[in-house]
Design a protein around this ligand. Structure first.
Ligand code: BGC
Length: 787
């Protein structure tokens, strides 16, 4: 929708506005207030406000905060391309006579440091507002009540600095009381707003879910240190902030700093936040106990450190506010192993923390960006536990907006405004490929064909370019920043091999998309997939032995600099990708699977994989019949494993296997997030493998699924409950004897369940009682696998 349609009422178009000339007095990161008054003879039967901003806004009507706890409107997009607006019904807030409509604005994703290089701020001008209020249906149709334009006024807010990375600085004494109320006495001098250019991009209604304060709970513990600071332990590493109530004299300077860990002397550990300050500074208004919390900033943390209070008595209360995108919970995993349950809890936390507006890499340091590779790996698991359909559909627009001038997918969406290094650079294998792979996943999981139509032209442009650059089928050229199997626990994998596997996979996925859409490119895509497959076999595969090796393996400077000084010709990931992408099949796949198991064995029965290899490691082992090893790696608690993170106190998933080094403290702080979902992706196998729920091919929206559990040694039972688009699916199994597994499955109406004929249980293979593989219709069914 164009902005004139949504913001034009009775022929009057709202205009973008910002503080007039004196606005330059506002610091580059200050928030400000703006307001207008309207006189009404009577309250209309229905009144709505539509609003958006370049920056973040809070909407106020007659002294009431309309945006409730939604502090992060209008959301995150590349505002040069697209900005979302929201609509609010405000009928009940209006009254006959004078009414005030006001907004507070702050830089947020549009104008703050998000995605910028250290110290480089985007915003040269204050945030801008676009708003219209209308009544409908009046006696004479829709009527304009108010629209941004001349006649609006502004004043400084009490927030003199506001930034998503750095936090806020606010002097509560300076907040003009009653600024948003028609009953306020003297508000002092307010300056005129002026018309501004706004954005040349689209102004579209928000369709995805919004960011909200999703939970509030008391903190776990408050410890006072000798230097007079209070360190609050909230118990979990989640995203949001601490809301403190203090009773302190006017002008008291209270600082609240945040960290994921504490250091040896008990203060918050902040080194791994890099340049993000994650700190709020308040001057108290004094008088009654007052609440201190940031309004337009958040961070991920477990600990908060409060300094500047005159003594423990001044801290009346501290509670934790969790913020995140309002996503409906759809999945519940449970089993007899507390370690797996703890890992799952950490996965849920990292999902909530990082599906914030868009899928991000991390929520704490000076990054928090829509890294596409991380999303590619983790969304298949996230979509089992939360309904991510709306969030992803909106993000696909961001992915399209972020494309290069040639129309190629990039690494990050929305495109970070400031990072020169990302400007117009095509994305890397497994990062850019999210533009192909994730729409297909969302179509599969939710049955929504529209995402395929939305993304298909861009998929084809991307694949045509990569194939044109690499006619022989080995993806050597145009690999962007070429991350490879990021943060591996062993040597890096050849990037030629890695890229070629991804090219094959994306091309095959696009061929399936083309098939669903009836697009004309299927034959070309199949042919190219064949070329890549042959090239892979010729260069990397010895079919007779099942060995996958890369002659003269080369990594990437980015990986070498950070964590992978060596590249090996043969790695676990070098087997995993061909196995899961179907580059090897049948006998050859079996030999590759054996070799993969040997490599795991040789490494001390440990994974050596990074972000990408880990996500598919257990699938690859299981598909190759190595189910016992897959189960063992899932349940492992020694380094490196998800269980190791839990054993070191993690409540969220870490960016690195060695986030806390075995026997030591935090790894290198320049890249060490403790709330980073990518490595958690391997837990998808706990649902698809251990619980055995897997979508059947060709059944988008879970019209058909399989119940084919893998019973790891030592696990007594496992269950997964899933609110699928077809209704609730439940799977559960219990080991009822050494050679017996009892299963239960609930099949929703209009869905079908295909039962496994055999089930691997530790070192045995059990067979479905009654013989053969069964097909089950709606209802709850008991089944048994036995020797
Ligand atoms: C991010 C990752 C991301 C990577 C690119 C890092 O800084 O945090 O999660 O995918 O860069 O390889």
């Amino acid at each position: 929708m164009s902005q004139t349609e949504a913001f034009t009422v009775s022929g009057t178009s709202a205009r973008w506005i910002r503080p007039g000339e004196q606005g330059t007095q506002l610091g580059p990161r200050a928030a400000y207030l703006t307001r207008t008054t309207i006189d009404l003879d009577e309250v209309p039967p229905r009144a709505v406000i539509r609003a958006t901003a370049l920056g973040l806004y809070e909407l106020h009507v007659n002294g009431q905060l309309v945006t409730q706890a939604g502090l992060y409107r209008p959301g995150w997009t590349d505002t040069t391309r697209r900005v979302q607006y929201q609509e609010y019904e405000v009928t009940g807030l209006l009254r006959p006579g004078t009414n005030v409509i006001g907004a507070e604005l702050a830089p947020g994703w549009h104008g703050g440091r998000i995605g910028t290089d250290r110290g480089n701020f985007q915003r040269l001008t204050p945030p801008e507002l676009l708003l219209v209020a209308e009544s409908e249906p009046g006696h004479s149709g829709v009527e304009l009540l108010a629209a941004t334009g001349e006649g609006w006024e502004w004043s400084a807010s009490d927030i003199t600095e506001s930034d998503l990375y750095d936090g806020e600085i606010a002097d509560r004494r300076q907040r003009p009381a009653g600024w948003d109320s028609p009953d306020a006495a003297d508000l002092g001098r307010w300056e005129r707003m002026e018309l501004s250019a706004g954005t040349a991009g689209l102004v579209v209604p928000q369709t995805g879910p919004t960011v909200e304060e999703t939970a509030t709970f008391p903190v776990k513990d408050v410890r006072w240190l000798d230097d007079g600071t209070a360190v609050v332990d909230t118990g979990r590493n989640e995203t949001g902030f601490v809301r403190v109530v203090v009773d302190a004299p006017a002008g008291t300077r209270v600082t609240v700093s945040y960290g994921e860990l504490t250091d040896v002397d008990g203060h918050v550990y902040t080194e791994n936040l890099r340049s993000a300050r994650c700190r709020d500074v308040f001057r108290c208004a004094g008088g009654d106990p007052e609440e201190l919390a940031p309004r337009f900033s958040f961070r991920s943390f477990r600990y908060a450190q409060i300094s500047g209070l005159p003594g423990p008595g001044a801290l009346v209360r501290a509670e934790r506010a969790v913020i995140g995108t309002e996503l409906e919970r759809t999945g519940w995993f449970d089993c007899s192993d507390p370690l797996l349950n703890d890992i799952y809890a950490a996965i849920l936390t990292s999902t909530r923390a990082n599906f914030l507006e868009v899928p991000t890499d991390c929520p704490q340091r000076d990054e928090r960006l829509g890294w596409m590779g991380d999303a590619l790996l983790f969304t298949p698991l996230a979509a089992y536990t939360y309904d991510v359909h709306g969030l992803m559909s909106k993000w696909f627009d961001d992915v399209l907006d972020a494309r290069t001038a040639r129309g190629l997918f990039t690494d990050i969406a929305p495109r970070p405004p400031g990072r020169v290094m990302f400007r117009d650079r095509e994305g890397a294998p497994a990062w850019a490929d999210a533009g192909v792979v994730l729409p297909w996943l969302i179509y599969q999981r939710y049955g929504d064909r529209a995402v395929l139509t939305q993304m298909y032209p861009a998929m084809i442009t991307w694949l045509r370019a990569v194939h044109a650059d690499n006619p022989d089928g080995i993806w050597r050229h145009g690999r962007g920043r070429d991350y490879g199997d990021w943060v591996p626990a062993g040597p890096d994998t050849s990037h030629d091999l890695f890229g070629t596997c991804w090219l094959y996979h994306s091309t095959r996925v696009a061929a399936q998309v083309a098939g669903v859409l009836g697009a004309g490119d299927t034959a070309w895509l199949e042919e190219r997939a064949g070329v890549v497959r042959d090239a892979f076999s010729a260069r990397f595969l010895d079919a007779a032995t099942g060995r996958v090796t890369a002659p003269e393996p080369v990594g990437s400077p980015a990986a070498a600099r950070r964590f992978a000084p060596s590249v090996a010709p043969e790695t676990q990931t070098g087997y995993i990708l061909p196995l899961v992408f179907g580059l090897v099949e049948g006998e050859v796949a079996a030999r590759c699977g054996e070799r993969l198991a040997e490599l795991v064995e040789k490494a001390g029965r440990r994974l050596e994989t990074g972000f990408i290899g880990s996500a598919y490691l257990l699938d690859a082992l299981a598909a190759a019949g190595q189910t016992a090893l897959a189960g063992e790696l899932l349940r492992r608690s020694e380094f490196p494993s998800l269980g190791y993170m839990i054993s070191r106190g993690a409540t969220s998933i870490w960016e690195r296997w060695d986030g806390l080094q075995p026997g030591g403290g935090p790894a290198c702080p320049t890249m060490n997030s403790f709330n980073h979902y990518a490595l958690g992706s391997m837990f998808r196998w706990a649902i698809e493998g251990v619980c055995g729920l897997r979508q059947a091919p060709g059944a988008p929206g879970f019209g058909a699924f399989t119940f084919a559990p893998v019973v790891p040694a030592g696990l007594d039972w496992a269950s997964f409950r899933f609110a699928s688009p077809r209704g609730e699916i439940r799977v559960r199994w219990d080991r009822s004897g050494p050679d017996t597994v009892d299963g239960e499955v609930t099949v929703p109406g209009s869905a079908t369940c295909i039962l496994a004929g055999t089930v691997p249980a530790g070192d045995r293979v059990l067979t479905l009682a009654g013989g053969g593989a069964g097909q089950l219709g709606p209802g709850t069914h008991q089944v048994r696998w036995q020797r």
